[in-house]
Design a protein around this ligand. Structure first.
Ligand code: KIV
Ligand code: ZN
Length: 503
């Protein structure tokens, strides 16, 4: 197998998303997981851009030893000096310098000329070589550049010592065939191309970042610049998980990465929660529905043979099992399977009977959970032990510190807690958390009005994490704080959390 180097830029390009900035401690947490994941290069930041970025590159360099640590610069001496300084503790280090090469960049942004840009590019590479051996050059907006000019500048920077040449489709403009052809053209027309690795760096403005990256790899690129969950400015960057799993699924291509795919889901959850950026449910590989089957025909097929509707074994990306979501479209096979997992092996006539009740319930609810099924089969003993419900809540808010008092019913007895928070929902959620036995985190919160008007019903969807497990809760109420609390409890019931034992 040929190796494709994985260059992760979650902490640099990915982190440029407005509102998703991470502090140094959070960046170190991500970097350590990226190391375990097996990425080859971590782009840790753009040191000259802010003292925070500078410090993060220093701390990541100390905390992580296996991957190469890379720092971004413009083709400016001071940027390069600062980057080299920030990389001083890195065991393996790389400076990533570059300049715009499309007409839009050369004339409009830089107000320069093609010849001057080539001179600035080679000067920057030569200067960076004084500090580090490993210098990557990026030809910004290469996707819209003239290929002949691109080949000239690439040849010049390799001549100056660049070890990697990055060909970014900065605006996500290229078609997969076009981007692949550009890489092929460079391989065929740059005389010293065998002295450097060609890198892809794609943006997803037209939804083609992964397709473009794979096309470039098929045409000879051997480094892919990616982010976890595809986070990044505008429509984002190429998603690490998509490229890695495409190569794993298509072994016939003869190209692979060093990624430990079993940590992909963990990395996705970490980045999503630290950046406060929910992953779209239908996102490839890491979306919550990526391994969920809801139609009866699909559920029946997957239960007979997983491969019928799945090209990836969920365990390979760190998910325990495919999810058979029980909805009004589920068939008897899925219902029977779920009940069996809950310890109820039913005869055909019993299953028929429960199935009718199940359909009635599923028509009213979006998704039927385990505790609903236990109720349907009359498993009152386990229901008593498992169910958590809201008995009482009172929340004060306004100019005072928001405070919530919550009484929860655990089976047949009640427990009360009072907590404050930065808002009414936060206060109520902390009160609930103090009553349960597991550490849970509210990672996604979405509130929508069902119709227009302030007296209407508010719908709340939440995502709650408990260790590696994720659950989604839903509730609707005219009181939006009540809806939030009920949605949180809905998720806790799915996670089967129980009452905290008294110390
Ligand atoms: O998209 C881009 O061109 C970049 C470069 C700075 C590498 O992020
Ligand atoms: Zn970029």
């Amino acid at each position: 197998m040929d190796k494709l180097f994985i260059f992760d830029t979650t902490l640099r390009d990915g982190e440029q998303v407005p509102g998703c900035q991470l502090n140094t401690r959070e960046k170190i947490e991500v970097a350590k997981l990226l190391e375990k994941l097996g990425v080859d290069i971590i782009e840790a930041g753009f040191p000259v851009s802010s003292p925070g970025d500078f410090n993060s590159v220093i701390e990541i360099s100390k905390a992580v030893t296996e991957p190469t640590i890379c720092a971004l610069t413009r083709a400016v001496k001071r940027d390069i000096d600062v980057a080299a300084d920030a990389l001083r503790y890195a065991r393996r280090k790389r400076i990533h310098t570059g300049i715009g090469v499309s007409p839009q960049h050369i004339y409009d942004k830089l107000r320069s000329t093609p010849e001057k840009v080539i001179a600035d590019a080679t000067d920057a590479v030569t200067y960076a070589k004084r500090y580090v051996e490993d210098v990557e050059f990026y030809a910004e907006d290469a996707g819209r550049a003239d290929p002949v000019y691109l080949a000239r500048i690439v040849e010049a920077v390799i001549g100056a010592g660049a070890t990697v040449v990055n060909i970014p489709d900065t605006t996500g403009y290229c078609l997969p065939s076009e981007y692949g052809d550009m890489i092929k053209y460079l391989r065929e027309n740059v005389s010293n191309i065998d002295r450097a690795i060609i890198s892809t760096h794609c943006h997803n403005d037209l939804g083609m970042a992964t397709a473009n990256t794979v096309s470039a790899v098929l045409n000879g690129a051997r480094q892919a610049e990616v982010t976890i969950n595809g986070v990044g400015e505008r429509a984002g960057n190429t998603a690490l998980e998509e490229v890695v799993m495409t190569l794993r699924c298509h072994r016939e291509l003869g190209i692979d990465t060093s990624i430990n795919t079993r940590l992909i889901t963990k990395a996705s959850h970490l980045v999503s929660s630290l950046m406060n950026m929910p992953v779209q449910p239908n996102k490839a590989i890491v979306g919550r529905n990526a391994f969920a089957h809801s139609s009866g025909i699909h559920q029946d097929g997957v239960l007979k043979q997983r491969e019928t509707y799945e090209i990836i074994d969920p365990k390979d990306v760190g998910i325990n099992a495919s999810l058979i979501a029980l909805t009004a479209r589920s068939g008897r096979a899925a219902l029977g399977h779920r009940l069996e997992l809950l310890g109820h092996k039913l005869r055909r006539s019993e299953l028929d009977d429960i199935y009718k009740k199940f359909l009635d319930l599923a028509d009213k609810k979006k998704e039927v959970h385990d505790y609903d099924l236990l109720y349907l089969v009359g498993d009152t003993v386990r229901l008593k032990n498992q169910s958590i419900s809201l008995k009482f809540m009172q929340v004060t808010t306004g100019t005072l510190v928001p405070t919530a008092t919550i009484v929860l019913k655990f089976g047949d007895h009640e427990r009360m807690a009072t907590s404050t928070g930065n808002g009414p929902v936060d206060a109520a959620v902390s009160a609930i958390k103090s009553l349960i036995n597991e550490k849970v985190t509210l990672t996604e919160f979405l509130m929508q009005a069902m119709t227009r008007g302030c007296n209407d019903v508010g719908r709340v969807h939440v995502q709650v994490m408990c260790g590696n497990r994720v659950a989604h809760g839903f509730a609707a109420h005219t009181d939006t704080t009540r809806a939030s609390v009920e949605a949180f409890l809905d998720a806790l019931r799915i996670l089967k959390v129980t009452e905290k034992r008294e110390e």
